[in-house]
Design a protein around this ligand. Structure first.
Ligand code: FES
Ligand code: FES
Length: 173
């Protein structure tokens, strides 16, 4: 039997009727047209469906939508503001850190969580933190370059007084 659940997605309060077994990934994509989170494996092994839940990167394919009630959810659609990309997105773009880009939203949100937690990670720390995200195209070297560059960009932006217009709801950089 469906029940109404209140969600907060990319800073906006949303209400949706869900069955107890509905997973968050399907609700985001099918009810809210947020197609950034993608289904890869469907079993929590690839990271393509990553969303930030209260700032923590989680596999939305494993999370029941009802359990997301009251949490702050951020999808890739919530990271940029208007036409201005978040510095992490821009770094991925500048480094061509993707080929088909299927994995990219998950990687970028994982990067966001990493840099919120550890603004100056070593290459090893980046690899470890993002080890749950898989890229079938093998863009790992460029992704690592993009993450390290994004850390520099965010550091410079914070020294200059903050990142302009691109932090997404629930962000804490
Ligand atoms: S689709 Fe969720 S981890 Fe692969
Ligand atoms: S760019 Fe194709 S899966 Fe990563």
């Amino acid at each position: 039997m469906k029940r109404i659940v209140q969600l907060r997605v990319n800073g906006v309060a949303r209400e949706v009727a869900v069955e107890p077994h509905h997973i968050l990934l399907d609700v985001l994509r099918q009810e809210f047209d947020l197609i950034g989170p993608r289904e890869g494996c469907g079993i929590g092994m690839c990271g393509a469906c990553t969303v930030l839940v209260d700032g923590v990167p989680l596999s939305s394919c494993l999370m029941l939508a009802a359990l997301a009630a009251g949490k702050e959810l951020v999808t890739i659609e919530g990271l940029s503001t208007g036409s201005e990309l978040h510095p992490i997105q821009q770094a991925y773009l500048d480094h061509n850190a993707f080929q088909c880009s299927y994995c990219t939203p998950g990687f970028i949100l994982g990067t966001k969580a990493l840099l919120d937690e550890n603004p100056s990670p070593t290459p090893g720390e980046v690899r470890e933190y993002l080890s749950g995200n898989l890229c079938r195209c093998g863009s790992y070297v460029k992704i690592l370059d993009a993450v390290l560059d994004a850390a520099q960009r965010l550091h410079s932006a914070s020294e200059a007084g903050g990142v302009s217009g691109s932090l997404g709801p629930g962000a804490n950089t």
